[in-house]
Design a protein around this ligand. Structure first.
Ligand code: NAP
Ligand code: HSE
Length: 440
């Protein structure tokens, strides 16, 4: 048998501690499957005295992850998080020093992925990051290896477990956004700063990686159109359901005539579509490509066990690889050959829209709304006046809710129509606009 594969694990939080636990529990099985033992040689975290529920006795402690990354190890496993700082420094040090890297850090890769891929290629080592997108779902391997012969036309999905968990519980249990988020944090799903989840940045980081893999373009996280879920109300969720839709935070990247349209936003999906029925922390990624057609992969998108499973798969790939028979470059083609990213403008986005208007109940309001829509050539699929809220006289005086569903139209037309409705003075609150995704 070959010599044991020596790991240096930096970060012993939700994912890192679970990884160490599994490596101990499955030690013999892994050695058999990989043809060599896997040993945790060194570890690093902030607090050496924290009780982590795992046995670290045989591993050397490093207070500095960069020192760990430069020590006598074969693979540096980065599970600290953050797009820069010590995570970046230590990964750079490991790759430059000829050590393989496994990371779950999508923020780091979305910002520095191409640079790190170039260093990995120059040093003949692997940069593996299966856990960085959609937790336990093996989507990176699928795109990087299995779909090499395909041209991808669209990739979309639910890529943030925290947001999907919040939206599901707001609908099923009718509990507040804040309580759902606190539960997601307690369960280990949320990022250290949960704003990354609920503002959509985490989905954008993952989508940036999938966009590069799909279209062979450079990673361009800052070019992604971004809206989180913080403005979604239980009223939107209820209205969507009444009209046959469910709201999901989707990341979508597709090729258009004017470039790549990459966007993250709350999205209405038909209740009958498979993705509408993906609940809780579960993620789903749909890939549309010329040869294979449509693939949908679902599975746990966050949490210690799901993420450690993906990290372990990346480590096992390295353990099984033999010199001269390693897997290819991090983003499916040599980093120097990635194309420049060309962004399509959101105002050219073509799709249906859900619009919720809170209006003063004045004569002529409906006619004015219909006129503003028709001025922009927007055809309406449905228009519903909802009479929720107070009863009796108070109800007659209270603002009313009007829900519109449009047929396919350009986003620019919707923006212009809403501006005109606002200027007419009928709105009692800001209009809510949610895009409807075409599910084919
Ligand atoms: P976490 O629970 O917050 O753990 C972070 C770990 O990093 C802690 O052990 C912390 O040490 C250590 N750390 C922080 N700063 C450090 C420093 N300067 N030097 C050394 N160690 C340092 O985070 P996590 O949830 O495990 O996530 C880790 C990574 O996996 C992140 O990139 C995250 O985005 C990614 N990820 C997480 C999930 C998930 O479901 N949690 C899923 C997919 C990907 P102390 O423990 O001593 O404070
Ligand atoms: N915070 C992330 C999520 C972790 O909720 O999906 C998995 O990447």
């Amino acid at each position: 048998m070959q010599k044991p594969l020596k790991l240096g694990i930096a970060g012993l939080g939700t994912v890192g501690a679970e990884l160490v636990r599994i490596l101990h529990a499955k030690n013999n099985e892994l050695a058999e499957r990989c043809g060599r033992a896997i040993a945790v040689s060194g570890v690093s975290a902030r607090d050496q005295n924290k009780e982590r529920g795992v046995n670290l006795a045989s591993a050397e402690w490093f207070s500095d992850p960069v020192a760990l990354a430069s020590s006598d190890i074969d693979v540096y496993v980065e599970l600290i998080g953050g797009e820069g700082g010590v995570a970046l420094e230590s990964v750079r040090a490991a790759l430059t020093g000829g050590r393989h890297v496994v990371t779950a850090n999508k923020a780091l890769l979305a910002r520095h992925g191409v640079e790190l891929a170039k260093i990995a290629e120059a040093n003949g080592v692997l940069l593996n990051y299966e856990a960085a997108v959609a937790g336990g779902i093996p989507v990176i391997k699928t795109m990087r290896e299995s779909l090499t012969g395909n041209n991808v036309t669209r990739v979309y999905g639910i890529m943030n477990g925290t947001c999907n968990y919040i939206l599901t519980r707001m609908e099923d249990d009718e509990i507040s956004f804040e309580k759902c988020l606190a539960d997601a944090q307690r369960l280990g799903y949320a990022e250290a700063d949960p704003a990354f989840d609920i503002e959509g940045n985490d989905t954008a980081h993952k989508l940036a990686l999938l966009t590069a893999l799909s279209f062979g373009s450079e990673i361009a996280a800052d070019e992604i159109y971004l809206e989180g879920i913080t403005k979604i109300t239980t009223e939107d969720i209820r209205a969507a359901k009444d009209l046959g839709y469910r709201i999901k935070l989707l990341g979508v990247a597709q090729k258009t005539d004017s470039g790549i349209e990459s966007r993250v936003h709350p999205t209405m999906v038909p209740l009958s579509s498979p993705i509408a029925n993906i609940g809780g922390v579960t993620n789903a990624v749909v890939i549309e490509a010329d040869i294979v057609g449509e693939l949908m992969m679902t599975g746990p998108g966050a949490g210690g066990a799901a993420t450690a499973s993906a990290v372990l798969g990346d480590i096992a790939d390295i353990a099984k690889s033999r010199p001269g028979h390693q897997h290819g470059p991090a983003f499916g083609r040599p980093a120097a050959l990635l194309d420049t990213y060309k962004r399509a403008k959101m105002r050219k986005h073509l799709g249906g829209y859900f619009i919720r208007l809170t209006v003063f109940d004045k004569t002529g309001v409906m006619a004015a709304i219909a006129t503003r829509m028709s001025e922009q050539d927007i055809s309406l699929e449905s228009i519903v006046q909802r009479r929720d809220g107070p009863r009796g006289d108070a109800r007659d005086k209270a603002p009313q809710t009007i829900i519109l569903i449009t047929h396919e139209t350009h986003e620019e037309a919707i923006k212009l129509a809403l501006e005109a409705i606002e200027a007419d003075g009928y709105l009692a609150a800001e209009a809510q606009m949610i895009r409807i995704e075409d599910m084919g």
